[in-house]
Design a protein. Structure first.
Length: 212
């Protein structure tokens, strides 16, 4: 069995440590012949650390091969395939891939896909699209659990002070969940090291009972 075939087998091994080592080897010795296998593993790999190593291995391959394949994965019916492709595109950082971060991906019904799309978007967005992206992200205030909301807030805060107008509109919402999410995002904008205390923000929003 040649080295490429051995790696393909190891990437599908039952042991996570074996798969991790295989992904590390694939990145250390990049081989375009492994592109399809690496992408296939990204779509199904259950272990976070192995997925992260698979992403690194993909970034080590020629972007001319990898980027088109990743863009194709964005249309996959498998949520993890979409999420991992977005994550990898954000690591590659090719500005030409910005147009692939569609509103549909930013609003994907799967929270992990949406979170990956938010993170990729703030990395890839051109300067003249940043305000529009802020509006798109802010339209999802109140979505999901604490971790989802924190991801959205961090993505917005990464866009900087230009988000202030959308924060002001969200703080004027009749929905207390939206107001609370805007408040805690504003805190992160002012202090990136601040704790993400969404419960405290909810209490403030509920007490106000009116636009802040």
């Amino acid at each position: 069995m040649n080295p490429t075939s051995r790696l393909r087998t190891a990437l599908r091994a039952a042991s996570a440590s074996t798969r991790l080592q295989a992904a590390l080897t694939a990145g250390t010795h990049p081989d375009p012949a492994l592109l399809a296998e690496l992408l296939a593993r990204c779509a199904v790999e259950p272990d976070f650390y192995v997925r992260d190593m698979l992403t690194w291995a993909l970034t080590r391959l020629p972007a001319a091969d990898t980027v088109p394949a990743l863009l194709a994965e964005l249309g996959s019916g498998a949520a993890q395939a979409r999420s991992q492709a977005l994550h990898t595109l954000s690591k590659i950082g090719d500005p030409a891939t910005w147009s692939a971060i569609t509103p549909e991906l930013l609003r994907d019904p799967d929270d992990e896909v949406a979170r990956s799309a938010w993170r990729a978007a703030v990395v890839l967005v051109p300067d003249d699209e940043r305000a529009a992206l802020a509006g798109e992200l802010a339209a999802q205030f109140g979505r999901g659990d604490r971790e989802v909301r924190r991801s959205l807030s961090r993505a917005l805060a990464a866009l900087g002070e230009l988000i202030e107008p959308v924060l002001a509109r969200a703080k004027a919402s009749t929905d207390p969940e939206v107001r609370a999410h805007a408040l805690v995002t504003e805190q992160l904008l002012r202090d990136p090291d601040a704790a993400f205390d969404i419960e405290a923000a909810k209490r403030i929003a509920a007490l106000d009972g009116a636009p802040c």
